[in-house]
Design a protein around this ligand. Structure first.
Ligand code: GDP
Ligand code: MG
Length: 319
């Protein structure tokens, strides 16, 4: 039998390129919330892929973007630090548009990171004289996502464009060329996803099983429920309240679960509650359906002015 491979994989890309959708497609279970709004994923969520021959731990990072608020700043910090301790980097861009400044920044960070990883793998081999297959082969996996939205020629043109940018960034950073592989795929339809998973596993070092079988995420269940509440709310009120909502579970006494919804203004509180409480009720029903049967979910809305700007609020919310 071939040895067991395992490792941590950072999934990076600017907001909305499809990171959460891809992690969910690879793991095969809903572990991270997906929404058409950017910045839905506010903290690192790990999905764990278990196979008889391998275990892959995905770090689904918030997208890198220009920070405008204290929250934005923290999200960038956590996105950057997630690159520090991984065995592979999957960088996503979209097939639907040209490579933008945000994509360039993500790709530049990824090239730098993979170069450092390659160096330390080479050093390990030199010092230990180990087997290259056991140390792994650090590679930058560039995913061109959403190919279902463009024709074959469009995908090809985009691949050329992206690889030109990566080659340019790589040449500019000095040293040996970084190993790069390209994966045109659709996280939404699943086309091309198995190929990426197989290639990833082949590049990971021989390693232990970090998490027990059957565990697909290490996010505390409370965070998971708070995220579900946020996701269901965003589906219903996103146009009015793009980034003003935060949710946290304040009590967990199974089957009683209390979740607080923070908004920034009184007017937003009314929107979240809905006419005669209708919106909040719908959200509660939708979330309960996704929880273990028997949950009794209580939702409360609280106004906390400027929570996005306040460090103490961010601490309490666990950002
Ligand atoms: P993230 O911000 O990078 O985590 O992006 P999400 O995974 O939340 O996806 C953002 C939006 O893009 C959602 O509306 C997804 O349904 C959509 N999306 C993601 N992958 C694909 C894809 O392969 N094809 C299409 N058509 N839409 C996608
Ligand atoms: Mg996301």
């Amino acid at each position: 039998m071939s040895p067991f491979h395992s490792g941590f994989v950072a999934v990076v890309g600017r907001p909305n390129v499809g990171k959460s959708t891809l992690v969910n497609a690879m793991v095969g279970t809903k572990v991270s919330i997906v929404s058409p709004r950017p910045n839905t994923t506010r903290s690192q969520v790990r999905g764990v892929l278990n196979r008889p021959d391998a275990q892959v731990v995905f770090v689904d990072t918030p997208g890198l973007h220009k920070p405008k608020t204290a929250l934005g700043q923290r999200m960038n910090e956590s996105a950057t630090s997630s690159l520090d301790d991984v065995d592979a980097v999957v960088a996503l861009v979209e097939a639907t548009g040209a490579v933008g400044p945000g994509d360039r920044m993500v790709l530049a960070n990824s090239v730098t990171r993979v170069r450092a990883m390659a160096r330390s793998a080479a050093l390990t081999l030199e010092l230990g004289g180990g087997d290259p297959a056991e140390v792994g082969r650090p590679t930058l996996m560039v995913v061109v996502n959403k190919i279902d939205k463009v024709g074959g020629d469009g995908v090809l043109g985009h691949l050329t464009g992206v690889s030109d940018v990566v080659a340019e960034l790589d040449a500019g950073s000095g040293g040996d060329p970084v190993p790069v592989e390209y994966f045109p795929l659709s996280a939404a339809t699943g086309e091309g996803v198995p190929g990426l998973v197989d290639a990833l596993i082949a590049r990971l070092p021989v390693g232990p099983q970090y998490y027990p079988d059957g565990m697909v995420t290490d996010v505390a269940e409370a965070f998971w429920v708070a995220d579900l509440v946020r996701e269901e709310l965003l589906h219903r009120v996103a146009d009015e309240l793009p980034h003003s909502i935060a949710c946290r579970v304040t009590e967990w006494e199974w089957p009683r679960v209390r979740c607080e919804i923070l908004v920034e203004r009184d007017s937003q509180k009314g929107i979240v509650i809905g006419k005669g409480g209708a919106t909040l009720k719908e959200v509660g029903i939708a979330v309960r359906k996704q929880m273990e049967p028997g949950a009794y979910l209580e939702l409360f809305v609280r106004v906390e002015k400027r929570w996005q700007q306040r460090e103490d609020s961010l601490d309490r919310l666990g950002f």
